[in-house]
Design a protein around this ligand. Structure first.
Ligand code: H79
Length: 576
């Protein structure tokens, strides 16, 4: 965008800064404001790996209707096969899952290394897997099974030390007060009667099943007020229950990626990838090809590592059959992941994101003083390199066997670990631990050096951007930039002048932080903010002690909504 066509201007207020050391470990996502919420969010973020269960009446036809294999997600067979509501309701008479054993399911989740289970309380078909007093189309009133599935699973989760969450679709193909089924686009509006019905059932879910770790809303196109009202109700009953971003209108606590999608960019809000065993379906499909368990274990371990290395949670789904049997293939996949985690879980649980991006050989996770190099493609020359890493390295060894120490060298361009004598290689992902002293020192590729006049020029283009998702339904959701960051390579000059000119889409108070918390420059809009040109405003001379490597971040001052974007069109920050 032409800088001259910018509409609004903002300038910095004055502030004197005292800069201490740069700590690049502090690259966690920004958290919600009050302590209880922050704690609940941290617990949720630290789960890393959880079980999703798609199970309901649709598990009985299992992707076949009137002898025909029905394409499209099998949990939506009513929509895909255009089954009339009366006919679909009759499935309830067949629901008697004698093989369902909530304890076995919970134990399988434990064995897989999962920390919670999220089950479909109600999917788009409107059938409730819990005893709802607002409908008879539920597992207790309408089936020969007569038992409340959620109740049994919540109790089993408690017994086996797992957190318990529920999936709840905001659309309903059974409820008379809902918009009649139009298409499997599933993004219909929600009439007032249906909204009230949802609120009633959400209240039941959060009242009758003990602590609910997350409520996973999905689809529909609620209004802003409807989303807000649902979120308020959830927090009123269970303040620590995490709300999925598919409540829409920025009312969720965490962002949900599209089905089976991982971000290929950095995230600046808590987030999760929901994944199915095969992208074709979530619920059981009798004709699903399940060719190769090991290949699937490999795929899912790599996805888990990728998601965690980007700071997210991985929610991996199983689809039990109509009689409650866990599909053996799915059980084997989970056990395979669990075995890997048993040896390598230290590289996953409680880890943080590093500023070091994806490497050709794999992905990096971290905790204080340690980097975990998760090798996905073994380098042919047995050399694992991280360009730009200049920390004081203490040791390098295999996570699975710390007695095997690996030779390493630190050249001026970065770190190189020699894998030649690491014989103990994992068939899915080998993890190398690198321990370092002091802080993590890393020079990213987009580091900014002073220009010929000794000025650092920070723009929207040379920023590292951190994203969230914002939208009013599945299809309108777009990535927003919630934070931008610059790495600048400084010297010890003590007095820098900072000039900022910025064109926001809508004026919101911003803040610029220098080298982590505590050194914040509040930004306010200038009186003349409707000028037509982005002119450079010489503001204040301030004392800025720059380290060798410095992290400058721009974000909204008000962080109460983690999804709200900066809404910036163009920006120029000069530090000279
Ligand atoms: O419960 C599962 C799905 O039934 C539900 N969300 C997950 C967790 C869902 N309902 N509607 N949608 C998802 C809309 C999804 C649409 C798309 Fe696609 C998924 C568009 C692209 C990927 C499915 C596959 C439809 C087209 C291709």
């Amino acid at each position: 965008m032409n800088i001259k066509s910018l509409a609004k201007i903002l300038i910095v207020g004055s502030v004197f800064l005292l800069i201490t050391s740069c700590n690049m470990n502090r690259s966690k996502t920004e958290k919600a404001p009050h302590t209880g919420a922050l704690e609940a969010l941290t617990i949720w973020e630290n789960q890393k790996f959880s079980m999703f269960i798609h199970w309901g009446l649709y598990s009985i036809p299992a992707g076949v209707w009137e002898g025909e294999q029905i394409k499209g997600y099998s949990e939506q067979i009513k929509g895909h096969a255009k089954i009339p509501t009366e006919g679909y309701r009759k499935l309830a008479a067949q629901f008697n899952p004698t093989n369902w054993n909530a304890d076995s399911v919970a134990l399988l989740a434990r064995k897989a290394g999962m920390k919670s289970i999220v089950i479909t309380a109600k999917h788009h078909d409107g059938f409730c897997m819990f005893d709802s007093k607002y409908t008879t189309f539920d597992v207790v009133d309408a089936t020969p099974y007569k038992k409340d599935v959620l109740n049994g699973l919540a109790a089993a989760c408690k017994r086996h030390n797992l957190r318990f969450g529920v999936y709840f679709s905001l659309i309903d193909w059974n409820y008379e007060g809902a918009v009649p089924f139009v298409s499997v686009r599933n993004s219909d509006s929600i009439p007032p009667l249906h909204h009230q019905y949802n609120l009633n059932q959400i209240e039941e879910l959060l009242t009758n099943y003990g602590e609910v770790s997350e409520i996973w809303f999905d689809m529909g196109a609620p209004t802003y007020n409807q989303s807000k009202e649902i979120a308020t109700l959830v927090k009123k009953i269970q303040p620590n229950c995490m709300i999925s971003g598919r409540i829409w209108n920025d009312q969720g606590d965490f962002v949900v990626m599209g089905d089976n999608l991982k971000p290929d960019f950095k995230m600046g809000a808590p987030w999760q990838t929901p994944a199915s065993m095969f992208p074709e379906t979530w619920s059981y499909r009798s004709w699903q090809q399940r060719p190769d368990v090991e290949a699937k274990i490999n795929e899912k371990i790599h996805d888990l590592i990728t998601v965690v290395s980007l700071g997210g949670n991985y929610l991996l789904n199983i689809g039990p059959t109509g009689d409650g049997t866990i599909v053996p293939f799915e059980e084997q996949v989970l056990e395979g992941i669990g075995q890997w985690l048993k040896e390598n879980g230290e590289a996953i649980y409680g880890t943080t994101v590093t500023p070091i991006g994806t490497q050709s050989w794999g992905l990096i996770t971290a905790r204080d003083g340690k980097l975990y190099l998760n090798i996905i493609n073994f380098p042919e020359n047995d050399k694992l390199t991280i360009e730009g890493l200049n920390s004081n390295i203490k040791s390098a060894y295999l996570l699975s066997d710390s007695t095997i120490s690996l030779p390493y060298s630190t050249e001026y361009t970065g770190l190189e670990v020699d894998l030649a004598n690491s014989t103990n290689r994992d068939k899915y992902a080998t993890v190398v631990v690198v321990e370092y002293e002091d802080e993590l020192r890393y020079t990213p590729k987009n580091v900014i050096y002073p220009d010929g006049d000794g000025t650092f020029i920070l723009t929207w283009d040379n920023a590292t951007k951190f994203h969230s998702f914002s939208g009013h339904d599945y299809y309108s959701t777009k990535a927003t930039v919630v934070k931008s960051r610059w790495y600048i390579s400084g010297n010890n000059k003590q007095s820098y002048q900072v000039n900022i000119a910025c064109s926001p889409g809508a004026p919101e108070p911003l803040k610029l932080s220098v080298n982590s918390e505590g050194h914040v420059i509040p930004l306010s809009y200038a009186e003349d903010s409707l000028k037509n040109e982005l002119t450079s405003h010489t503001v204040n001379s301030m004392q800025l002690y720059l380290d060798e490597m410095n992290v400058i971040e721009l974000s909204l001052e008000d962080k109460s909504n983690p999804h709200k974007g900066l809404n910036i069109e163009a920006l120029k920050i000069e530090i000279k």
